[in-house]
Design a protein around this ligand. Sequence first.
Ligand code: BGC
Length: 766
Amino acid sequence: MDKYTLCAEDFSLDNQELLLGETLFHNANGYLGVRGCFEEGYPQGFSQVRGTYINGFYDFAYMGQAEKLHGLVEEKQTILNVADTQTITLKLEGETFSMFEGTVMKSRRVLDMRKGITLREIWWESPGGRQVRIKITRMASFVDTSLFLVRYELEPLNFDGTAELVSAHIGDVKNFFDPNDPRVAGEEIQHILIGETWEDGGASYILSNTSKSGKTVCSAVKNAAEEPEQVEAHGLSLEKGLARETFRVKLVRRKCFRLLKYTVLCDSCHFADPAGQAKEKLEALTAQPAKALYEGQERYLDAFWDTCEIDVYGDGELNRALTYNVYQLLQSVTKDRYGNIAAKGLSGEGYEGHYFWDTEMYILPFFTLTNREIARNLIGYRYQILENARENARQMGHKQGALYPWRTIMGSECSGYFPSGTAAYHISGDVAYSVVAYYLASGDLEFMEQCGAEIVVETARLWMDLGCWYQGKFHINEVTGPDEYTCMVNNNYYTNALAKYNLIWAAKLYGRLKEAGKADGLAERTGLTDGEAEAFVKTAEAVFLPYDEELGINPQDDSFLQKKLWDVSAIPEEDKPLLLHHHPLELYRYQVCKQADTVLAHFILEEEEDLETIRKSYAYYEKVTTHDSSLSSCIFSIMAARLGMVEKAYGYFGDSAKMDLYNAHKNTKDGIHTANMGGSYMGIVYGFGGLRIREQGLSLRPCLPKQWEGYHFRFLYEDSVIEVRISRETCAVTLLRGTEKEIVIYDRPYVLRDRIEIPMEQGAGE
Ligand code: BGC
């Protein structure tokens, strides 16, 4: 089996495994996502998250605060479960198909990442002895992202007779909730209100409204037998919010019957006329042969895999996990600027479909290096909500600047618990960092002129307003860094270092635009002057970065080292993650980290410190980090590789790469961990490959774990496509397209014209 195929043979019917399978085998395309539930459902008493989601489509929900302090957020946005169109039931001569009855002779579930489909195939014997093969193929189209297509194939193996298939379109749906888990919605709310249900041209349409946000969504479903002569009778019945189409089919032994079920979704965040456009699309899509739709999907994916080639040799399982992660990033990411990429993509309701800093620091790097258009969309989304970020800053008492919401869908803040929400001001620095990273990798000054520079200037202004001068240094107080087990601190190293970078780059981008005669728009829109840009630089130079002489490390913040140490090595399994078993205040009073914080700062802003400080800090933080956040192990892997600890890097990398496929955090049922997936990509490219794209240019510092034979990856740099191939003996860098480039490998400069091949260095990075 190649790395593009994920297959579960004779899969378990245990409820927890089914929930996991719903996530792992979900279909998505960046616009819509459908969980991989069984078409026919589960038995009574089984839990399932039978969800279909649209990226960026939301309702508002009340989020009560026990104490109504000024400025606390009382309304959040939530992603919506929209119409269920995956339901299809089957009866064979009156016997209802269910994997939980009769005998499953054989079964498999497959995800094919080159074809962009999933399938479930079952060889089943009914209690009455009728044997059938059922094969269900699902596709969320990348070509027309409104389309979700199901193909239901039925082959009687030992009988002739009749089958009855009922294909349902169910508008009356609710979101999943769990009052005991802070990571999903806590209560049951009716967000979707059915408006109209109608039939048109043999298709059913349901138009629904959201309860509070004033949005609408139209779902359109059309069923079509591939060989209509096999259908003896069929009929569509409609009631409010529910359409059922019944097919009575003549079955002939060993002859397949195939039903195509087309779903088109259009919502009012993306479409001006959801019902009209759903109809137009459905008609156009059903008019072409299904084969063309499947071929289009394959072509799209051929192009995708070509630009982001990444391969590890010598560990098939790990390679598949990495491929899976990259594929999930594509499935999850918006293809326009109305959405972004949610922490769980479109695979589940964990974190309610919210967008976090995960996008900028963990996922954008992948797209910046492989797909500029998507990278620009993600940054473009932040530009679209810049006004919200300005308002958010005012709400928080800042006279100037933009504070991006910690979690959001349409731009306003959704975090209920501000200490590890709104207080995470670093998100504004993260957004600015990602804009600069895009600029450094692409050289796209025009995009900076259009929107990038404005984001960087407005976030820089936030730091100017937030910080204060004390004894000649610029301090940033009462913020939360990436580590959510340490909240509301002064001078969080990560935040301060990023603020410094943000300030410097606001001035630099302004300078570069001025030089190119392109700064007028920025100056006009923001009122930025030379004087203000100079103040940014002066302040940046004075930003306080905590350093402890005795330990030779950067403390995470001013008070971190004063706290008691938590013995992380002694945490019992049942106590993990700590956040579900300890009061936040208890956690805050200890030196215990949920995730990489200073270590992440050292990765992204390495120039700030000498290697010795970075090394000692790594060792220090490793002892107090639980990796309870999925955003952690990939960063420890990258930095271990940077510091020459290749074995360690390999260990952390495995944790990251296989996290969802092995359900390592035990919550993949709520959705995939998209940030970690981006992190595992970074683990190869930035970690083992040692790629860096900084102002000084491009550099590599490759190393190779002893368990592998080699690896390769491709990336975009300025106008070029570059491939890096690592084997035990050599590091080969090839210019696949574009113009020659300067590149530093193991600290030595080269000019890449065609290809450079040099020997691998042992202990690279040490
Ligand atoms: C992490 C955050 C992250 C969020 C969403 C939390 O567990 O601590 O850093 O943004 O999950 O993925």
